[in-house]
Design a protein around this ligand. Structure first.
Ligand SMILES: [Zn+2]
Length: 485
């Protein structure tokens, strides 16, 4: 197009010729103008196809992306603590309504490089290598590629980078870096994607904290299994249980890779961890801390949860809680209610329980009145239905049951035969099935058994009551004397 514009001055240069010459030239001039206008109109309607035009468009797109990043990314810190490559996370008031975090994995700061192992066909350059940070809160907190200054809260994003790159959904991570130095408390929820109460519990706890009054740091991952959450499913998209794959494996299954990423990028920063769960498979749980009471640090930690039953549970391999404890992090599970439901009562109790912990750990003070302490159950036992049919319970969560007490009735809908489920032991209902159709052998009631502290027993519990492998996991604990001493 530009060559036509350059030819125009040559034509206009003939304007000093005599008048008749001008008239002779007039058709040429008009033809030239027509050609010029045609070219301008043509150029205006065409998509550039040439290499140069293509580069111009790409450059514009990149400029646009960079402008977007600049608009959303935090400003560079000018202080001496910041290296020039790490952005400062924007300080936000978590109570304020905010747009969803938008950074895509491609735009997030790269993880430190990691050498590839021989024989590997998969790049490891995205695998995290962030060491455990024990920095005091008065210092800026370097986390997930950003700097969180003291006395601020922000929203960051963790991405396990295990899906199709262009379809990756970053998982929101809430961070509060307190004004005063102290340890880091982490909370995770919806590792099982259908367990909703914990999502709301984290929101209520974290959005009610003023960073200027906080000692230490709080990290919250409200929805760990975001794909399962979107599908209303307990499991990952490969049907694996994420909470059986910690601390994970960068070369392992999808679940192991996600677990590895979460563990190294987030959990490794924690000094203490509360992993929030609910009952699974249509069972509901009394608010309870599950903890390995044989670990002194964990045992001490459980004392901070006000009005919350504690159930001794050593956990099993692959659980986040156990992997965290193995890594030196004080970790417990907080169970509240049932899956696929949001239960106001359970949420309120759990929030109060966590707030009491923050008070006990001298992280955050409120005008807090302590309630009546709940017992620790060092043993627990599941009671099963022996016949199949429709289960209706006669008791509720938290009820105390005598030996031989009636728990529920199972009725065969075809034969009309009914049978009672009675308790072979005295105990307290800490978990139970909701009314439903059950098959023979179904674990219907979870009873906590009060025993002396030295009666630490391996319970038949696992993290979310009883999963598919229940027949293998369940053990019969002798009643009466301690099962193990
Ligand atoms: Zn769970």
């Amino acid at each position: 197009m530009f060559k036509y514009l350059r030819s125009l001055p040559n034509s206009l240069g003939r304007i000093n010729t005599p008048l008749h010459d001008l008239f002779k030239l007039l058709p040429k001039f008009l033809a030239l103008m027509l050609l010029l206008l045609t070219n301008i109109a043509y150029a205006a309607t065409q998509v550039p196809l040439g290499e140069k035009e293509g580069r111009d468009i790409k450059t514009k797109e990149l400029d646009s992306i960079v402008q977007n990043i600049s608009a959303t990314a935090p400003p560079k810190v000018s202080g001496e603590k910041n290296d020039s490559a790490t952005p400062v996370a924007p300080s936000v008031d978590l109570k304020e309504i905010a747009p969803a975090p938008v950074p895509t994995p491609e735009l997030m700061p790269p993880s430190p490089p990691q050498s590839e192992q021989p024989g590997s066909t998969t790049s490891t350059k995205d695998e995290p290598a962030i060491p455990k940070t024990k920095a005091v809160a008065q210092a800026p907190f370097v986390f997930l590629g950003s700097i969180v200054p003291p006395a601020t809260a922000t929203r960051l994003a963790w991405s396990p980078k295990v899906t199709i790159a262009g379809l990756t959904t970053p998982t929101p991570v809430l961070v509060i870096n307190g004004k005063n130095p102290g340890d880091t408390l982490c909370m995770t929820a919806a590792i099982h994607g259908d367990e909703l109460n914990g999502v709301e519990i984290i929101r209520r706890v974290m959005y009610d904290i003023d960073p200027k009054k906080l000692t230490g740091k709080i990290i919250g991952v409200p929805i760990v299994n975001i794909k399962g959450f979107q599908r209303g499913s307990r499991y990952l998209s490969d049907r694996r249980d994420l909470n059986r794959n910690f601390p994970g494996d960068a070369k392992g299954s999808l679940a192991a890779r996600i677990a590895h990423s979460l563990f190294n990028e987030v959990i490794a920063h924690c000094d203490a961890l509360i992993d929030l769960h609910t009952g699974s498979l249509r069972r509901t749980n009394l608010l309870q801390v599950r903890a390995d009471m044989s670990n002194p640090d964990v045992m001490k930690f459980t004392e901070g949860f006000d009005e919350t039953v504690v159930v001794h549970s050593p956990g099993e391999p692959g659980m986040l809680r156990q992997a965290a404890v193995d890594a030196g992090i004080v970790a417990i599970t907080l169970e509240a209610g049932e899956s696929l439901r949001l239960q106001e009562k359970q949420v309120k109790l759990a929030v109060k329980s966590i707030n009491s912990l923050l008070q006990r750990e001298n992280m955050y003070s409120r005008m807090f009145s302590w309630g009546t302490p709940e017992p620790t159950y060092y043993r627990s036992q599941w009671i099963r239905a022996n016949k199949g049919g429709i289960l209706f319970s006669h008791i509720g969560l938290g009820d105390f049951i005598k030996k031989g007490g009636a728990l529920g009735t199972v009725t065969d809908p075809i034969t009309n035969e009914s049978s009672e489920i009675t308790s072979p032991i005295a105990g307290r209902v800490i978990g139970m099935a909701v009314n439903q159709v059950v098959m023979p052998g179904f674990a219907a009631y979870h009873l906590g058994i009060e025993t002396p502290e030295n009666c630490l027993a391996t319970t038949d519990d696992n993290e979310s009551t009883v999963p598919e492998s229940e027949s293998v996991k369940l053990q019969t604990i002798p009643t009466g004397e301690c099962a193990r001493k």
